[in-house]
Design a protein around this ligand. Structure first.
Ligand SMILES: NC(=O)C1=CN([C@@H]2O[C@H](COP(=O)(O)OP(=O)(O)OC[C@H]3O[C@@H](n4cnc5c(N)ncnc54)[C@H](O)[C@@H]3O)[C@@H](O)[C@H]2O)C=CC1
Ligand SMILES: CC(C)CC(=O)C(=O)O
Length: 360
């Protein structure tokens, strides 16, 4: 029997609440599909600062190095914003993890299924046409990692991209498009930014290797607008680090809630960190009402991309769809709902068991 070692880093805010549900789902699905998940929990982010003084303790980093994948919650919150910026949870744990493991490729799939179009805040005449977008975001370069500085009166961040960084993420987007609807929309601000001019040149060059894929370029400001006007226009969105961060939250909101959107952050050899696209949601943390679906779907992406357990990943996705179909949703999706985090987790598990019963 295959046995996968995962590092479980739940983090702060709603992280631990939604992680519990994802781990329960993994336990059920591994039993049903005949593989083992050996999960080891470790401190990260604000929780690690409180316990050890640093956001990414050596023990946690070593655990990640000795694991097959990382299942991540989220980090940060108001408790730690008075620390010097470089020591805060987001900058001092998540960004170094992305860099250490060269997780340059962030995949954020976002859908409106026609049957669930009412979950979307868009007008029904738009949402009823559905949406199925894969946001491919460059994750280890750009303004998040460039030189930064601060004097009393001035602060700066630097956006820098190399040809090789742009090329490798472009290839991921074009490859993904060949398995989808053969269209890539590359997002930039080439009318202003030097990095965007290079971005366009490199994307054009890579596109020549994929003649079957239609390429279009779109400025970020226009893309932010077109996503709400006509989300069905898009197939694969190719974005730099900053633009992808912003547009993927917009895609999540269009799909119904940030609590629905999973993400996979991958290096070139199937190692990945899997986390919800959203953050620690301090406004609802500790209330038992956070939506666990993004965390559960992140676990499904881990099974797909790091472990090639496609059937198990699909079963989770099917169980999530069935749970939404039954209207078992948290308040971020239906303000009148009385269902909490644990109810949604239990419904996903019940739906998983039902799928298995039908298979047997
Ligand atoms: N990958 C990570 O660890 C990330 C961490 N953060 C951190 O999280 C903290 C809060 O950031 P915000 O900007 O408020 O973004 P956020 O994503 O935590 O919350 C934005 C809004 O979405 C809602 N939301 C997010 N996830 C939800 C879920 N699963 N269920 C129901 N509602 C959900 C929240 O309640 C809030 O109203 C900050 O410290 C930020 O730096 C933010 C984004 C990513
Ligand atoms: C906390 C930051 C690292 C946010 C971010 O980059 C993300 O949402 O992925």
């Amino acid at each position: 029997m295959k046995n996968y070692k995962i590092a479980v880093l739940a983090g702060d805010g709603i992280g631990p609440e939604v992680m519990v549900q994802a781990l329960k789902v993994l336990a059920v699905v591994s039993e049903k599909f005949g593989f083992g998940i050996q999960s080891t929990e470790a401190l990260i982010g604000g929780a690690a600062i409180d316990a050890t003084g640093v956001a990414l303790p050596d023990d946690t980093l070593n655990l990640c190095k000795n694991s097959d994948a990382i299942l991540f919650g989220s980090v940060g919150g108001p408790k730690w914003t008075s620390l010097p910026p470089a020591q805060q949870p987001e900058r001092a744990s998540l960004l170094p993890l992305r860099k250490t493991f060269d997780l340059f490729c962030n995949l954020r799939p976002g859908q409106i299924y026609p049957a669930f179009a009412e979950l979307s805040p868009l007008h029904p005449k738009i949402s009823s046409q559905g949406m199925d977008i894969l946001c491919v975001r460059e994750l280890t370069g750009g303004i998040y990692f460039g030189e930064k500085g601060r004097t009393e009166d001035v602060a700066f961040d630097t956006q820098k991209y190399s040809v090789s960084e742009i090329e490798r993420i472009s290839r991921v987007a074009f490859e993904a498009a060949t398995k989808r609807r053969n269209k890539v929309t590359s997002i930039d601000k080439a009318n202003v930014l030097a990095t965007s001019v290079l971005w366009r040149e490199v994307v054009e060059r890579v596109a020549k290797d994929y003649p079957q894929v239609q390429l279009e370029h779109m400025y970020i400001d226009n893309a932010a607008m077109q996503l709400i006007r006509a989300p069905q226009h898009f197939d694969v969105l190719l974005c730099d680090n900053l633009f992808g961060d912003i547009l993927s939250d917009e895609i999540a909101a269009i799909a119904g809630s940030l609590g629905l959107l999973p993400s996979a952050s991958l290096n070139g050899s199937n190692f990945g960190l899997y986390e919800p696209a959203g953050g620690t949601a301090p406004d609802i943390a500790g209330k038992g009402i956070a939506n666990p679906i993004a965390q559960i779907l992140s676990a499904a992406l881990m099974l797909r991309y790091s472990f090639a357990e496609e059937a198990a990943a699909r079963a989770i996705e099917q169980a999530v769809a069935s749970t939404l179909e039954q209207g078992i949703v948290t308040r971020d999706i239906n303000a009148a709902s009385n269902y909490g985090t644990a109810d949604v987790g239990a419904a996903v598990i019940a739906a998983l068991n039902a799928i298995e019963t039908k298979r047997a």
